[in-house]
Ligand binder design. Sequence first.
Ligand code: HEC
Length: 126
Amino acid sequence: MTRTLRLTPAIVAAVLALALPAAHAAGNAAAGKKKAVVCFACHGENGNSLDGQYPRLGGQFAGYIVQALEEYKDGQRNNPIMVGFARTLTAQDREDIAAYFSAQKPVIWTLKGEVSGSGRRQGTSL
Ligand code: HEC
């Protein structure tokens, strides 16, 4: 005799409801802001760095930030600056900091007067 488990929509919904929060433990953005103070010098207080050598974190997906920080910590990403910072963070720190930066509004800077694809540059001042 074979017993088949039928995946009714209710069962699927219940499994997803249980699985989703566990897959990504929510960080606390308010706590993250305090922990991220050391990051602001390069990445900007709202994650919108003004210097091209520092990636913008504002509005980035939290999961991406967490993963990047894990990769610096375990050496998959090898940047001497970030490896040093990432090693000081706990798993909870990573979640909190990621929650903070991902909640910030991303800012896109464009050259004044320049229209993408127009081939015409009308001004270079920001
Ligand atoms: C001294 C400057 C500096 C400080 C301070 C700093 N970072 Fe960075 N960060 C960088 C640089 C440079 C990179 C790009 C490194 C690379 O090329 O991998 C980077 C990359 C990152 C990335 C990857 C971004 C991406 O788009 O892949 C994350 C996430 C990040 N930093 C988070 C943080 C956090 C969180 C802190 C504070 C705990 C912090 N950084 C502090 C300079 C800094």
